[in-house]
Design a protein around this ligand. Sequence first.
Ligand SMILES: [Zn+2]
Length: 417
Amino acid sequence: MHTTRPARNVRALPIGAVAALAAVALGAGPVAAPASAATESSAATTTTAATAAAATSASVDGCRLPAAVDGLGSGFPLDEQALPATGTLKAAMLFVDFEDHPAPAGSLGEAEANLAPGVEYLEQVSGGRLDVTTTASDGWVRMPEPSTAYPFERGLTYEDHVRYIGDAVAAADATYDFSDVDVVWVSATREAPNITYSPTTNFLDVTADGNHLTHAVTFGYDQWRWGGLVLAHETGHTLGLPDLYLFEAPPEDPGNWHAAAGGWDLMGLISGQGPEFLGWHRWQLGWLDDDQVVCADPGRTTTARLNPVARSADAPSWQDAMVVYPLSETRVVVVENRRPVGYDEGIAAGGALVYTVDTSVRSGHGPVRVVDSTPGSADGLDDAPFAPGTSWTEPTTGAVLSFHAGPGDTSRVTIKP
Ligand SMILES: [Zn+2]
């Protein structure tokens, strides 16, 4: 269950601020972005994620919606401050402890093992397109301040977070080479529960060994509840993806921060039943080829045969992974096939998962909304996929989407305008 508190305050930034939504947090709320916009020079030295999606085929142009918000979002390209989602990601993993909470002898292995599945996830779900190279600190690194000097429990600001990561980098620097590091991961000893949660910043602004470090994640005490997939979720932010859980639950459904996307994407509920990445997120990241995307012409009938999205990384590029039906310049309907394979192995009801993507909606405000085939059911969105023989009428266009079983565990979708 997701029990952390969502954000209540997102600091508004000046129009044009490149730092908008730069710093994001899991659960307890966004870490405030730098108050002074455009102070970062890192954008100039960071390869943009846009290059991963440079090869646009004409057939998907109408479905590859341009980004409509600054910062983390659901459009193309990903935020300019995102790290590339393909190629090698070089991560520094610093295990830290404190004078008031020293790590017990022999506890390093447990800490390493807890987060390692997150790296496995990224390499598996990307089909190896993202190669994560992790170099850990040589044992526990003692932080210069007691754990209580870092106000995780009192609303961590951007400045607090940079100080925390900067202290960890400085403490490790004598024995660690940061010269080619892309992202700094700082994992606190399990003995320090007041390092409560796991925020990410894409605007670190710390220099070590001549390298201007721009991206960092703190792994706090909640890593022991989430397990290693929290590393993959936070890396999703490093790569530019938004949060799909709601920072504020809907008034008509108080407490349900997962009313928009349920447990159907790792950027929503980390402990959800289907923590694969949505096909849309894979496409944004460059982990799906354009050939695997069927872009529907709104004026014609479209059919597609969809393979399970969890297998899309290993599938030949001519096999369809999702069908996209454009509704407007900022909205599309997406259909993908979810089956109990890969990280989806725990899903209760496979079938055709239908969702809308709105590129004008910010992280944490519901940029992705799953269509529930069984509204009002006790299982919430867990039984959202459409079974063979059912259909759904898109309310704004009247288009009818019909779902059928295909060969094997494929799903056939027909869209009639
Ligand atoms: Zn998040």
